[in-house]
Write a protein that binds this ligand. Structure first.
Ligand code: HEC
Ligand code: HEC
Length: 406
């Protein structure tokens, strides 16, 4: 009976390619496959610096803000302009365009709550600290924190949602006598106005502003990745059911991906999100000309200086809870100049173009890059070695990568 069920199942689902061998995985390989699988019920790790991380009221406010273009300088750009739900929360552009042209590609934020560091260079250590940047970034929304706080305070629905989420209203005094725009980043007039505020005025605004970030983070934590054919395949394997969830090519691609002799992929792209969450140099830094980008070398310094980091005055964490920041390896042996955060490989079907600057339009181009990485004479030290795949293998790897998308 069971054999019949397996046969039927294999025939009904996507069958193995003609001629392909029935895959047999060793115990070790199965354990690796399982480590790359997503469990639907997997909540993001705790966020000790954000007491509201799992508050539904905060998430409701955060969601409203995420889709609202009013906080931008010209009222036309929201977070969702560059993180579109239909594109797996990316924008389909090589480099994003908001109130100006950004220098980097918009990464997905689905599952990003599982990260330790945010941005390609990891210059923020929490989702809420990250969410405070775009409002004031000249190339993203071009506004200022006082204008954003003013918007929330001036809109009855927002004011109500804020009070529900944080248990206290925004004190009128916070905004009294403040100019329309003021913030430490962005336009010169906003910066000047900010510099003229007293320390206590700045702190009062920052407290509300930090809460706005915490609300957006609470919403982002609800964006969990959907299961994919790959996940279903591994679950079926574990249950001793049919292997017929993936094609022979996809399975061959998974083998290449996991084969440490051949591909190195797992060294950096491991775990359920196919990232080790760290920074690696694969020769993609840009050290001259336009669009200079030193990656982690700058991000490392920036996160330590951020007043909204886990150890800062607006964090809800006890210092001992800021483990990542405290034990940040400032003298890593890896070449940080030109290192970028290893991105997730989930959702790639929806997130082209690829790499921090969107330099590759297709997955095939990415794989060709890995196959023949640039020489170190040309681009400086990096961690890749040529992988030597033939045409058929590149095709298999690509198909495997796509099986990690819904
Ligand atoms: C103009 C387009 C644009 C807008 C608007 C924008 N983003 Fe982004 N977002 C980007 C780009 C580009 C990056 C990568 C920048 C970098 O690494 O330096 C990014 C990175 C991120 C990340 C980091 C993800 C990770 O895993 O590292 C998060 C989270 C995020 N944005 C959330 C938001 C939120 C919340 C808003 C609104 C408050 C927002 N973004 C507005 C383009 C945009
Ligand atoms: C030494 C670490 C390392 C190894 C090994 C490695 N990667 Fe990457 N991968 C990265 C980093 C870092 C980036 C981002 C680079 C950038 O944006 O400039 C990246 C980016 C990618 C992207 C683009 C994703 C996106 O959203 O932009 C894909 C696809 C990818 N890698 C697949 C692979 C595959 C397949 C292998 C094995 C053949 C592999 N990687 C091996 C570190 C690594």
């Amino acid at each position: 009976m069971r054999i019949l069920a397996i046969l039927l199942c294999a025939a009904a689902a996507v069958p193995l390619q003609a001629g392909a061998e029935e895959p047999r995985w060793t115990e070790r390989e199965r354990r690796i496959l399982e480590s790359m699988t997503l469990d639907t019920g997997m909540p993001p790790p705790a966020s000790p610096s954000n007491d509201y991380a799992d508050s539904p009221e905060a998430a409701a406010l955060g969601k409203k803000l995420f889709f609202d273009p009013r906080p931008s300088a010209d009222g036309s750009i929201s977070c969702a302009s560059c993180h579109e739900p239909a594109k797996y929360f990316t924008d389909g552009k090589a480099r994003s365009v908001g109130t100006g042209e950004a220098m980097r590609n918009a990464p997905t934020i689905v599952g990003t709550a599982h990260n330790r560091w945010f941005y390609w260079d990891g210059r923020r250590d929490s989702l809420w600290a990250q969410a405070l940047i775009p409002f004031e970034a000249a190339d993203e929304m071009g506004s200022s924190r006082v204008a954003v706080v003013r918007l929330i305070h001036g809109d009855a629905a927002y004011r109500d949602a804020y009070e529900k989420a944080f248990g206290e209203p925004i004190d009128d005094l916070v905004l009294r006598e403040l100019p329309g725009h003021a913030g430490p980043f962005g336009a010169a007039d906003a910066r000047d106005a900010w510099a003229k505020l007293s320390h206590s005025q700045q702190t009062a605004i920052n407290r509300v502003y930090a809460n706005i970030g915490k609300a957006i983070a609470a919403y982002e934590r609800t964006l969990s990745p959907p299961l994919t054919p790959f996940d279903r395949y591994v679950t079926a394997l574990a249950d001793e059911q049919s292997d017929g969830q993936l094609t022979g090519d996809e399975i061959a691609g998974a083998r290449l991906f996991m084969d440490a002799e051949r591909s190195q992929c797992l060294q950096c792209h491991s775990g359920p999100f196919l990232t080790n969450g760290e920074f690696h140099n694969i020769g993609t830094g840009n050290f001259s000309g336009e669009n200079l980008d030193f990656g982690r070398a700058i991000g490392l310094r920036a996160v330590l200086m951020d007043e909204f980091n886990c150890l800062g005055p607006y964090s809800d964490a006890e210092p001992y809870e800021c483990v990542e920041l405290m034990y940040l390896n400032k003298d890593s042996h890896l070449p940080l100049r030109g290192a970028f955060k290893v991105p997730t490989l989930r959702g790639l079907r929806h997130t082209a173009p690829y790499f921090h600057d969107g330099r590759f339009a297709t997955l095939r181009e990415v794989l060709e890059y890995y196959n023949e990485p640039p020489s170190m004479d040309e681009v400086g030290p990096h961690e890749l070695r040529p992988m030597g795949f033939d045409e058929a293998e590149l095709e298999q790897l690509e198909k495997f990568l796509l099986s990690l998308s819904h």
